[in-house]
Design a protein around this ligand. Sequence first.
Ligand code: SF4
Length: 516
Amino acid sequence: MDIRQNMTVAEKLEILADAAKYDVACTSSGNDRAAVKGAMGSAAAAGICHAFSGDGRCISLLKILMTNQCVYDCKYCVNRRSNDIPRAAFTPEEICMLTMEFYKRNYIEGLFLSSGVILSPNHTMELMYEVLYLLRKKHHFMGYIHVKGIPGADPVLLEKTGFLADRMSVNLELPTKEGLALLAPAKKEENILGPMRHIQAGIHGNAHYGKSAYQTTRIRMGQTEDVNVLWQNAVPKEMPAKKPDRTAEGSGTREGPPFLTGSPAGSLSSAAGKTLWLPGRMHEEDRNWMANGKLSDYVPAGQSTQMIIGASKETDYQIIRKAELLYRSYDLKRVFYSAFINTTHDSMLPELPGGPPLIREHRLYQADFLMRYYGFYAGEILSPSFPDLDPQMDPKCTWALRHMERFPVEVMKADYGTLLRVPGIGPKAAERIVRARRTDHLSFDALKRMGVVLKRAHYFILCCGKQMFRLKIEAGFIARELLAMDREKNWKAAHQAQYSQMDLFTDFGLAAGKYR
Ligand code: SF4
């Protein structure tokens, strides 16, 4: 491994900010901790002006890896052990310095911290915890922090980190066990879902619990079965946890916050001597901080994950079924889909001569939206006999064209859920229609005045029994019209330049060597 010595912080930043760009699981929504006297930054929604790209990527966090060294050799990953690339590692203090300095200069509003696995999952998680500990408690940083949970790390470390973070994410990477076995044999699905369950259980007592878009939509639409599943899964249980493996880590000799050098504070032992996980348990110090308004709660912005699309052979149906499981049973705030970029050219990976499958990624985000905001189930969007999303048409239109027996819909009578199924009508428009028709007969002009976009919707609705134009209500005809309408948009989605994140050196003109 090419581990560079004596690098400046700027040189490390160049390597580790670039290495982080393949991780898309970051947004900053969902937390509104306000500024506090004597501390730096805030996570209030109004105080954060993040920019999001079309598919939801956040581009204004300082997004870095703590290190791109890794003991694992996942075939799809640029940081895999066997890849011959320059390696670097920040110390926790260096990350704190960068975050504070960039925050003061208004370059960033928060930190997104991920890492390769250095020595062991516990050692890596301890270092990441140390970053958060120093940022929050030494530098009094109140801004947004999204941190990765390292699969296989001790639950006590995840818990302690969760009280300092706003959002946590554990990347699933590949949607099936088979995909993981093939491309990331050192990773086991249970080692990824386990930490997700721990974080979910920790959030259980949180006021934000169950407030993901997926759950809110289900409640709004009376789909209570899903909400019950969630609550059953989240009932706090005593979960056996592995004891931290500290032998190989040298954590007893490394300097750091006192509780990192001995047995973790608050780790509990049962009569049988097993370490027990008590979700949401709070440490004295954290409780005091919360009382002073300097911490809001345990992972208050929820958890998210990322799946790589196109590195393994899963169908779109398998992918959205997995996403549905994560929303339904693990209360994830977001699942991110990352079109696979072949950086390692391993023989087990597809070469993708046409570039990363961007249109597929785009369609998966659209299907994800249908599940989170429109009350669709994965099994309605796709099925084993119809396993992949149509690259030419968005999944809501595809669904509507396959269910023409449900259309046209009379806007004066259709319930909220039925209106949401009309292509072109979103949750806001559906709500406005339901409210306005209590007092008015709605015409197409009235819908336009209310801001309802009729470009697609007019093929599928009637206002007081009338069509907007006298048109055939026939799937083939409407499909041709919709395809013509979306041709340019589809082309752009398929040919967009490979995404790039803002570059601190180019976009902010940082000079190498400035942060030594
Ligand atoms: S564990 Fe993470 S960083 Fe390491 S090789 Fe696998 S995907 Fe890459």
